[in-house]
Ligand binder design. Structure first.
Ligand code: AMP
Length: 191
């Protein structure tokens, strides 16, 4: 199973990604989490990524693509994976196509969580207090939303054209959203 979860910053991708990945027994691969882990450890990748992340900008494609390539090459991703936060640009879509084709597999579905923009800002500001993320200030949140609209939203049409898109209403309680995701993916939820 090879899946992508998409949606604007604060749509709840990470939360839903965990449930989906658990169900399919595949790793949830979050590029944001990998970058943050590298920032914490102070690796060269972390130092490079931090300046972009702090500004709400995208880390350059070459850096991100290589990181994803290495991650999906790991043995736990052999049966499949769920990508959270990647691809975010058209060039990343092409790179990912190449990576998947190389393994002789194909993408199964792209889940898109649709949410209300105002709701997102308040969710992100709340998260900033709880998690203390450096990229959750109001200006940076706006920058990340702008970039999503400009560079990432167009990917939705690309995947719709390929017949892979699974659109899910991401508003409301976490459990309700999870139920909708599973229903849309045609999965019988495990209690
Ligand atoms: P996230 O946790 O997915 O919101 O990602 C946090 C930050 O990591 C983003 O604002 C970007 O700076 C960086 N990032 C994560 N994924 C990507 C990606 N696919 N392409 C470029 N930058 C990324």
């Amino acid at each position: 199973m090879r899946l992508i979860i998409m949606g604007p910053p604060g749509a709840g991708k990470g939360t839903q990604a965990k449930f989906i990945a658990e169900h399919f027994k595949i790793p949830a691969i979050s590029t944001g989490d990998i970058f943050r882990a590298n920032v914490t450890k102070g690796t060269p990748l972390g130092l490079e990524a931090k300046r972009y992340m702090d500004a709400g900008d995208y880390v350059p494609d070459e850096v991100t693509n290589l990181m994803v390539r290495n991650r999906i090459d790991e043995p736990d991703a052999e049966p499949g994976f769920l990508l959270d936060g990647y691809p975010r640009t058209l060039s990343q879509v092409e790179e990912l196509d190449g990576m998947i084709k190389f393994t002789g597999h194909q993408l199964d579905a792209v889940v898109v969580l649709t949410v209300d923009q105002d709701e997102i800002v308040s969710r992100l500001l709340q998260r900033a207090q709880v998690e203390g993320r450096a990229d959750d200030t109001e200006d940076v949140i706006r920058r990340r939303q702008e970039l999503y609209t400009e560079q990432t939203e167009p990917l939705i049409e690309v995947y719709r054209d390929r017949g892979l898109l699974v659109e899910v209403d991401g508003m409301g309680e976490v459990d309700d959203v999870t139920r909708r995701v599973f229903a849309a993916l045609d999965v019988i939820p495990q209690s």
